[in-house]
Design a protein around this ligand. Sequence first.
Ligand SMILES: Nc1ncnc2c1ncn2[C@@H]1O[C@H](COP(=O)(O)OP(=O)(O)OP(=O)(O)O)[C@@H](O)[C@H]1O
Length: 274
Amino acid sequence: MAGGHPTLTGSQGKVPSQLNLASPPLIEVRNLKLWYQLQQHKRRSIKEVLLSPRKGLAQVHWALNGVNFQCHEGEALGIVGHNGAGKSTLCLVLAGILTPDSGTVQVRGEVTPLLNFGAGFNRELSGRANAYLYASFLGIPHRVVDRRLDDIIAFSELGNFIDQPMRSYSAGMKARLGFSVASILDPKIMILDESLAPGDLVFKAKSRARMMEMIQHSQLLIVVSHSCALLRQICTHCLWLDHGRTRLFGEAPQVLDAYEKAMGGEEILDLDES
Ligand SMILES: Nc1ncnc2c1ncn2[C@@H]1O[C@H](COP(=O)(O)OP(=O)(O)OP(=O)(O)O)[C@@H](O)[C@H]1O
């Protein structure tokens, strides 16, 4: 994995100015903003509506409110931030699932988001049939699944359960099958939520190892994790989100040092590694 570009910037969402790289960035995000409409729980009386007609009409929450960064081929970007900082929302924007309300997002290349292993499983179908279903959801052709099905089943450790209807699966079993299907991908730009490495500790270790292999083969990795230790291991750069804004973006060690310091010097929660 290449990397080591001198991109440390100050906070408040400034895009690095000293980048001098030959190829254009694979991802370029400038002043990205996105809001969610909040549910109006309380019914307003006619009097309240007449007194302040606009109040409550546009109850919005700015999940992203000024995000700036860029990534080049060969880099691995870690995204950190408190719960609700906007990490998942940013990944959904990069994957093209959500559209920004303002700012620009340029992505040069196909993005494979591994954010929810097993989304779209059908409870009544067998694990085997669901493997095909989920593969098509990820854009993996039928013939590739035909070729790799034995590997998928072996990796998932589901044994004879593979022909049972999915309603008989535990959440862990579903996640294992989902990850096993996704693991045959060879993505160029990969976005993954590391906390989704599924299963018990042994399977988690195995799926993390597989993720590492996929990272080696991808052109660009974007990973959301609460484990600074893991991010130090695999990332060249990090983006620290704070209430929807870029708090700091730059080389991984500097950003993670600053993030951990701000969090009181604690290793950010990673129960799996304790
Ligand atoms: N569908 C939604 N409708 C309304 N608000 C939402 C929705 N999804 C997320 N939010 C809000 O947007 C903000 C950003 O959420 P997001 O899930 O992106 O944060 P996160 O950094 O991924 O959090 P976590 O670390 O807890 O997973 C949060 O305040 C969250 O409550």
